[in-house]
Design a binder for this molecule. Structure first.
Ligand code: SF4
Length: 754
């Protein structure tokens, strides 16, 4: 389990040198975010005069983390790279594939049975390649990372959007797609657009009902779900220093909900205490020695407007608790106005379920504060009106809060303790309800509340608040209840009020745990055979894509001309297809099924030029593949926007599509296509999109002289015997052309390895 102290020492050794080099170029002073970014430039990256929001820069993250759903394809790909070990410390965490239904013990047992082959695969591949493996039940990835691996000044990428949680321990931690994780594990640079910087100045001190969660709920209300896009949010000020380390984690965690690249806080005493409390005193000692590098320069924080692209001021002494939602995390309402909002908007006032925990809010502090309210409910003879679940973030927290009597407090008011896993937060929730389509309200301390996120019901109004507010509302069973001002009637018919919640940041007797649920990798994994059952429906070992045959591509048929928006969700749908994320052939049966066919304005209905009949996109493409006919996909603007998942590039490649030709690409998808050995091309003249007809046969000429900056020509042979020649552009550099020729980036890495 041990964190890699050698690696951290090296990072700290490099920091001073690299920060000084950066100062020499960009001048004094520097923000914390810039210090961490400049300390992690990939070896050999020369210039550091980057333009925020514009320049693409190569970085060298210190660590990679993967959750079970996304790790499958990432590791299947990594196996193709021909490496013996991962190049940076990496871990896999089994948390997303655990269904919440009856309670921790039963749910864990059933989920392990249901996903055994996936967990076994992840365990063996991790052991072989030097990757730490956290078993089902060990905890939710981000909580486990904060407790074990996050360190001040580090840079981390992870295949989950809430990787950003580690900003609570002064990291630059960023959620990425699996292909990026593979690159970093294989020792390649990781590219990121140099972020813009948003400063959040926190003054004052919280008290009473207000908690760290309310800071980010307020920030979400200010910035909205798009306001942080392409930016790092850097928190600073006296108020920031007064927040617990785990509270800072909560704030950074939910930074994903405002679209931020990541969020971070400067290193302070609270972080030092947390490191010591989680058995990492040596990191705290080392961080103390270089503490000036682990925070922004004084001049920056004295005149933030000069150094940040945007500055937000929040006085914690005046901050009210917030409730955000429904259906979006940026609809922020202070508790004093919430009852009116419920009535005005006709939101269902009866609260059906309250859920606390998740990676966002399950620290010792969160649990102890929420438990103080549960205890009051018992003492004041209040009966809990709504269902109540508790999801601990890790086995270490679960064990400790059980030892300290907090879980018992919840159980006394009818709370059900779920497994240490994502469960209801990711829709893995078999909710007990008589009418699954009924309009209803729930409240959670999670981070996301989009329609259907928790229980799949579009009529569920999900609200987000702090664990203490969720607990009080759950006891009342009423969304219009304000625990700060309202009383409840107890079993004796008396009106009683809650006192303010109280809690402890850290356990006075220290954290404890019997079994962390960690499996160390083998010392020498070379003899470990990663076994995947060839009959498996969920996992499939990858076969390397074929290298380019050295010829132009002639006789291509048009598979689909997609009209309008075509995101990675249109190219590779999520939902029920999630279970095939580790099986390329099976998941390929959803390829482009969400894209709108330009010619008939229908989804998943394209003309098969062999038979003249219309059929589904994947079936039609499989027919072309079977007949040895190459194909082309045509798209509109910003093709491939949305999630960065590599499946959207791998699936067309697997099915035999040769070219994706569009008006413009979303950048990450374009790079993913290049990595998978596909040709991603753009129209030189946008209106040439109109020249592509449904029955066209298309030839790509001049591929034999494919070179950087040189456009190519496509000949469109129309059904009526006429032809059109159109110019198409590409953005491949020498290295990317080498990927194309080798069949994929991984093929090339493997060739170079041998
Ligand atoms: S608890 Fe929720 S937000 Fe956290 S990792 Fe799991 S699914 Fe994501």
């Amino acid at each position: 389990m041990a964190y890699d102290i050698k690696m951290i020492k090296e990072v700290y050794k490099q920091m001073e040198m690299r920060i000084n080099a950066a100062r020499a170029v960009v001048g004094n002073p520097l923000t914390l975010s810039e210090k961490i970014l400049y300390s992690h430039l990939f070896e050999g990256t020369s210039s550091i005069a980057y333009e925020r929001g514009k320049s693409y820069v190569d970085f060298a993250p210190d660590r990679v983390t993967m959750q079970d759903a996304t790790a499958q394809m990432a590791l299947l790909q990594f196996m193709q790279a021909g490496k013996k070990q991962v190049a940076v410390p990496s871990t896999v965490h089994c948390d997303h594939l655990i269904l919440a239904k009856s309670g921790a013990k039963e749910d864990l047992k059933n989920s392990i049975n249901a996903s055994k082959e996936v967990f076994d695969f992840l365990a063996s591949v991790s052991s072989k390649y030097g990757i730490g493996f956290w078993k089902p039940g060990a905890g939710i990835i981000h909580q486990v990372i904060l407790e074990n691996y996050a360190f001040p000044g580090g840079m981390m990428i992870g295949t989950d959007s809430h990787t950003v949680n580690a900003g609570g321990l002064c990291m630059v931690a960023i959620g990425v797609g699996g292909a990026d994780a593979v690159d970093v594990m294989a020792g390649l640079p990781w590219e990121l657009k140099f972020p813009k910087l948003i400063g959040v100045h926190l003054t004052g001190k919280m008290s009473g009902w207000t908690s760290a969660k309310d800071v980010i709920l307020k920030v979400a209300g200010i910035l909205t779900v798009k306001g942080g896009t392409g930016a790092i949010v850097e928190y600073f000020g006296d108020g920031a220093e007064s927040l617990s380390c785990t509270g800072k984690g909560t704030i950074c965690n939910m930074g994903a909900e405002i679209g931020a690249t990541t969020s971070t806080f400067g290193y302070d005493n609270k972080m030092s205490e947390y490191l010591r409390g989680t058995d990492r005193a040596e990191i705290a000692d080392m961080a103390n020695e270089i503490s000036s590098h682990l925070t922004g320069d004084k001049e920056v924080y004295a005149n933030p407007d000069e150094y940040f692209d945007q500055v937000i001021e929040i006085n914690l002494s005046e901050l009210e608790p917030y409730i955000n939602g429904p259906f979006t995390p940026d609809l922020a309402t202070p508790i004093s106005k919430f009852a009116d909002a419920v009535k005005e908007n006709n939101w269902p006032a009866k609260l059906e379920v309250g859920l606390i925990g998740s990676c966002t809010n399950s620290s010792y502090e969160d649990i102890s504060r929420a438990a103080s309210l549960a205890k009051q409910a018992v003492d004041k003879k209040l009966k809990t009106k709504s269902d109540f679940t508790i999801t601990p973030g890790s086995e270490m927290v679960r064990y400790t809060v059980e030892r300290d009597g907090y879980l018992e407090q919840f159980e006394k008011i009818g709370g059900i303790v779920l497994a240490n896993a994502c469960g209801p937060c990711i829709g893995q929730w078999a909710r007990h309800t008589n009418d699954p389509d009924k309009k209803n309200s729930i409240i959670t301390s999670f981070n996301r509340n989009f329609a259907k996120r928790n229980d799949g019901n579009p009529n569920t109004h999900a609200f987000v608040a702090s664990p203490e507010l969720v607990t009080a509302m759950t006891i009342s069973g009423d969304l219009t209840f304000n625990p700060l001002t309202d009383s409840l009637i107890n079993e004796d018919g008396e009106a009683v009020m809650f006192d303010e919640p109280t809690g402890l940041e850290m356990p006075p007797k220290g954290f404890d745990v019997k079994d962390l649920g960690f499996q160390s990798p083998a010392e020498d994994g070379s003899a470990i055979e990663v076994v995947v059952n060839p009959e498996s429906k969920r996992l499939q070992l990858l076969t390397p894509f074929k290298p380019w045959d050295g010829k132009n591509i002639e006789g291509m048929k048009l598979l689909i001309k997609a009209k309008g928006k075509c995101t990675t969700d249109h190219i590779s749908m999520a939902g029920p297809w999630l279970r095939f994320r580790g099986h390329l052939d099976n998941i390929s049966d959803n390829t482009l099924t969400g894209a709108l066919n330009y010619f008939n304005e229908k989804t998943d209905s394209v003309k098969n030029q062999i038979t003249g009949e219309y059929g589904s996109v994947p079936a039609t493409q499989r027919a072309y593949k079977e007949a040895g006919i190459p194909t082309i996909v045509v798209g509109d603007h910003n093709y491939g926007e949305g999630s960065s998942r590599e499946h959207a590039a791998m699936q067309p490649r697997h099915l035999g599509v040769r070219i994706i030709l569009v008006k413009s690409f979303a950048r990450i998808h374009e790079t993913n296509l290049k990595k998978q050995g596909m040709l991603g091309l753009t129209f030189d003249i946008e209106s040439d999109y109109d020249k592509i007809l449904e029955d066209d046969t298309i030839d790509l000429m001049e591929l034999t002289s494919f070179s950087p900056g040189k456009s190519l020509t496509l000949v469109l042979n129309h059904f009526d015997g006429t032809t059109d020649s159109i110019e198409v552009n590409h953005s491949y550099n020498e290295g990317q052309i080498a990927w194309f020729k080798a069949g994929s980036a991984l093929n090339l890495i493997k060739q170079q390895e041998n």
